[in-house]
Design a protein around this ligand. Structure first.
Ligand code: URP
Ligand code: ZN
Ligand code: ZN
Length: 462
């Protein structure tokens, strides 16, 4: 089966050029001008951009977080992703039971995702304690399952202490495994949360005050130093939210530290902590790290424009406002943390980034498609429009305009943080491995059609 996409403006991380793309058996067979194929289905992409299918390397589908479960399972969540132009996710596993083998969550996540996901998917492992057998299993899982990245936390219940982080980084580095780290100083957060609670200050507006930007900066600085001391171990900093943390990143880059990458997320670029002044909007936006200020946003956009950051992901972790989030209505400390975003990312980033000239179109592709694939061992099958790559692509119409609203979205969650946002441009069509899975915001794919991705090693390990 062949499809010919004619006359599109093809966007790569390096350039925008006019051309045709011939797709055969799920792969890009040829890219050129004036291509013809009498037997192929033809899609006219005149006046439209053709982008690689976006890759979201930070989602939490079906996440069990304490008493609460994120409301998107791997079906609803990946339908939402597909309708937002994302054709690959790498999902972060939840913590398993205390003391469990690392295999426990690998098996659990196959149970949750296999036969359900509608787009291609991989997993990041999770390291929640450290002993010899964990380190051995980490290597085994990387080899057998292609799970070549593991996440560690510097806060939350199963946080790792510095000696554990150092040990994990050192061992992972030897095997070319990337450690992705949630960076926040747990001691300060614990103290501030307790203090606000004791004082009766439990409205959503105290959530960001309990997790100041300095907490992130301190932890970012610490993990960068730990990775440097661990023989320059491959490190990936997730969801960077603030200017102070960014300054630590810039310092490390200037010092010549290599083998690390830094992610920010759509919400830190486009929403601010003003939302917490309203209890309702604030509750919806309780996530960690919290939303920051306009100055932080400006610094993050500049860092994207300057190439200091590497990836824009979503940290998609949806809980219903009317149900789970209500737990925090009277006490932010018990509110499940996280917000939806997997469906909104491409539209919001095109409109707020490219249309507002904060980043270029090739940079959009670099941060949402190519770099995430590269960082997590999926390039060039994913994240690129090259002969031989998987035919995962988005046809995007820059002339369209729309108002984002939850009513048009596909996630199981009951709100979007971007309600009412006017966005320039829209997605016409999404193709996965040669098959059109979304057209005009209607999902046409099939449950279980997503393929589990055994990933190669990251470029960070080179
Ligand atoms: O608040 C958030 N981000 N929840 C999801 C888990 C995490 O920290 O990434
Ligand atoms: Zn996190
Ligand atoms: Zn997360």
């Amino acid at each position: 089966m062949r499809t010919l996409i004619k006359n599109g403006k093809i966007v790569t991380e390096a350039q925008v050029y006019s051309g045709d793309i011939l797709v055969e058996d799920g792969k890009i067979k040829e890219i050129g001008t004036g291509l013809s194929d009498r037997d192929a289905d033809v899609i006219d992409a005149s006046g439209k951009y053709v982008l690689p299918g976006a890759v979201d390397v930070h989602t939490h589908m079906d996440l069990q977080a304490g008493r609460y479960r994120a409301v998107d399972d791997f079906y609803d969540g990946t339908v939402a992703a597909a309708c937002g132009g994302t054709t690959t996710i790498v999902d972060h596993m939840a913590f398993g039971p205390a003391g469990c083998s690392l295999w426990h969550q690998v098996e659990e996540y196959h149970r949750l995702a296999d036969g359900k996901a509608v787009i291609d998917y991989g997993f990041h492992g999770v390291i929640q304690h450290v002993d010899d057998s964990d380190l051995k299993e980490m290597n085994e899982i990387a080899e057998k399952e292609g799970i070549t990245s593991f996440k560690a936390y510097m806060t939350y219940d199963f946080m790792l202490k510095d000696d554990q982080l150092f040990r994990v980084l050192r061992e992972a580095g030897k095997d070319g495994i990337v450690i992705a780290v949630h960076c926040e100083n747990d001691g300060v957060i614990g103290y501030l949360r307790g203090k606000y609670k004791d004082e009766g200050h439990t409205e959503p507006k105290y959530h960001p005050l309990s997790r100041p930007a300095g907490c992130e900066a301190e932890a970012v600085s610490r993990i960068l130093h730990l990775a440097a001391m661990a023989d320059d171990a491959p490190l990936y900093i997730v969801h960077l939210s603030g200017r102070e943390g960014l300054e630590e990143v810039i310092k490390a880059r200037r010092s010549g530290q290599k083998h690390f990458a830094v992610e920010t997320c759509t919400q830190y670029l486009t929403l601010t902590d003003d939302l917490y002044q309203d209890d309702r909007e604030g509750l919806k936006a309780i996530m960690s790290p919290p939303l920051r200020k306009k100055e932080d946003q400006d610094a993050l956009w500049k860092a994207l424009s300057d190439g200091v950051l590497d990836v824009v992901a979503t940290d998609h972790c949806p809980f219903n406002y009317e149900v789970e989030k209500q737990a925090g209505a009277k006490d932010f400390t018990v509110c499940p943390n996280g917000a939806p975003g997997v469906e909104e990312r491409l539209r919001v980033m095109y409109s707020e980034g490219v249309a507002k000239k904060r980043i270029t179109l090739p940079q959009l592709v670099k941060y949402l498609c190519t770099n995430p694939a590269r960082m997590y061992g999926l390039y060039p099958e994913k994240g690129a429009l090259l002969p031989g790559s998987d035919a995962d692509l988005v046809i995007f119409d820059p002339a369209k305009e729309k108002v984002l609203t939850h009513r048009d979205m596909h996630s199981a969650v009951d709100y979007t943080c971007y309600e009412g946002m006017n966005v320039k441009g829209d997605i016409d069509l999404v193709m996965q491995r040669g098959k059109t899975i979304v057209k005009d915001n209607v999902f046409l794919g099939k449950k279980g059609d997503g393929k589990y991705l055994k990933r190669s090693k990251s470029v960070l390990a080179e």
